[in-house]
Ligand binder design. Structure first.
Ligand SMILES: [Zn+2]
Length: 192
C-alpha cells in the first residue's frame, strides 16, 4: 500500500514536470502567439471531469494503482498552461499532442521500469482521455495535436469525445491483456 502511494506520487510528479517542460518548446515554434490566462481552467468541473474521464479509462487496468495514475495524469497534462504565467509568446496547449504522449511513455518507462507497459499505457491513455473531456466539455476541442511537426490547432466537435475515450480504453485493455498473459506464462513456468 505505502509502496503504491510512493509510486503514484513519483510518477505523477515526473509526468506533471514533463508536461510543464514540454510546453516550453512552444516558445520556439514559429506559430507562437500571446497566451491567455490559465486560471479559467482551475475550477472543480474541469478538474473533477478530467480525473473522472481518466479513472473511467484507467478502470480497464483492473488495478487501482494504474487507474489512479491514469486519472491523475489526465488532469495534470494541463500543467502545460503554466507557461502562460511567464508572459512569453508560445504555442498554447503543447502537451495536448501525440508527441507529448510519446515522450511521456518513453521518459516514464525509462525512469520507472522498462517493462512497466501499464505505466506507458497510462501515460498515453491519460493524454487521450484528457483530450476527450476537453472536447466533451465545450468550446475547448482544439489542440495542436501534431506539434511540433504541424503546429496548427486541430478542431473537434463535442461529439468526438467518444473516439478519444474509447481509444484510451482500448489501449489500456490490450496492454492489460498482454500483461496478464505474461503473468500467467511466468506462473506456469514457475510451477512446472
Ligand atoms: Zn486541457
Amino acid at each position: 500500500m505505502k509502496k503504491d502511494v510512493v509510486f503514484i506520487v513519483k510518477t505523477v510528479l515526473v509526468f506533471c514536470a514533463l508536461s510543464a517542460a514540454f510546453s516550453l518548446v512552444g516558445m520556439l515554434l514559429p506559430e507562437k502567439g500571446p497566451l491567455s490566462n490559465p486560471s479559467g481552467g482551475l475550477n472543480i468541473h474541469e478538474i473533477g471531469g478530467h480525473i473522472l474521464w481518466g479513472l473511467v479509462a484507467g478502470a480497464a487496468f483492473l488495478s487501482a494503482r494504474y487507474a489512479i495514475i491514469t486519472g491523475l495524469f489526465a488532469v495534470l497534462i494541463d500543467s502545460d498552461h503554466l507557461i502562460a504565467l511567464l508572459h512569453v509568446d508560445a504555442l498554447t496547449r503543447m502537451s495536448h499532442s501525440f508527441a507529448f504522449g510519446a515522450i511521456a511513455v518513453v521518459v516514464l518507462m525509462t525512469v520507472f521500469g522498462r517493462k512497466d507497459y501499464r505505466l506507458g499505457a497510462a501515460a498515453f491513455a491519460g493524454v487521450l482521455s484528457h483530450l476527450s473531456f476537453d472536447t466533451f466539455a465545450g468550446s475547448d476541442g482544439r489542440f495542436p495535436m501534431f506539434t511540433p511537426f504541424y503546429n496548427h490547432q486541430i478542431i473537434f466537435q463535442n461529439i468526438d469525445w467518444i473516439y478519444f475515450e474509447v481509444t484510451a480504453v482500448v489501449i489500456i485493455g490490450i496492454v492489460t491483456l498482454l500483461v496478464r498473459r505474461k503473468e500467467i506464462q511466468v506462473q506456469s513456468t514457475v510451477t512446472k
